[in-house]
Design a protein around this ligand. Structure first.
Ligand SMILES: [Zn+2]
Length: 173
């Protein structure tokens, strides 16, 4: 594996896909997709297939994949991260992505935008209390410090702490 790992998640792993995006991993997820299409995209785009389907992995020609066994999302996230040769930020082997660089909703890239440009797109109390805003280049969804803190909740933080990825996500991120 070279560069940052990217994923495609099967239909049963929607929440896991969202969490991976929050952490910055390029992760595709489609609510309705059949197995052959899933495998095709994985191969074409060299994505690691995340699946709970043992049969799928055995019966079809699946290249790189991670068979996810846990039923809960924190457990699933742990399984995925543990199977990657993750290295600290800045290292060349398998660099970690930067958290909060992707849209949790659609996987699009986020960019910093002027405060004035999000007026009307966020609740008034948010506009008054925050100065730093990110907007998804794809779907336009706006993120701010408070929304991030809510997304990276205690569960994700706990998983990251347990697997010792040198991942630094401060309480203020
Ligand atoms: Zn988006």
């Amino acid at each position: 594996m070279s560069g940052q790992p990217c994923f495609i998640a099967d239909v049963m792993l929607g929440t896991l896909a969202k969490w991976l995006r929050i952490l910055g991993f390029d992760t595709l997820y489609f609510k309705n997709i059949d197995d052959s299409e899933l495998i095709k995209i994985a191969k074409q785009e060299q994505r690691i297939l995340l699946t709970r389907d043992t049969r799928l992995v055995k019966s079809k020609k699946v290249a790189e994949h991670i068979l996810v066994k846990a039923n809960d999302t924190p457990g699933q996230l742990k399984e995925v991260l543990k199977s990657l040769p993750l290295a600290p930020h800045g290292s060349s082997t398998c660099p970690l992505p930067l958290p909060f660089t992707r849209c949790a909703k659609c996987n699009g890239g986020l960019k910093f935008v002027d405060k004035a440009s999000v007026s009307g797109d966020v609740p008034e109390h948010v506009f008054l209390n925050f100065d730093s805003f990110l907007r998804c280049k794809n779907c336009g969804k706006v993120y701010w410090e408070g929304s991030h803190r809510k997304l990276i909740d205690g569960q994700i933080r706990k998983v990251l702490g347990e697997i010792d990825t040198h991942w630094k996500i401060s309480e203020n991120d």
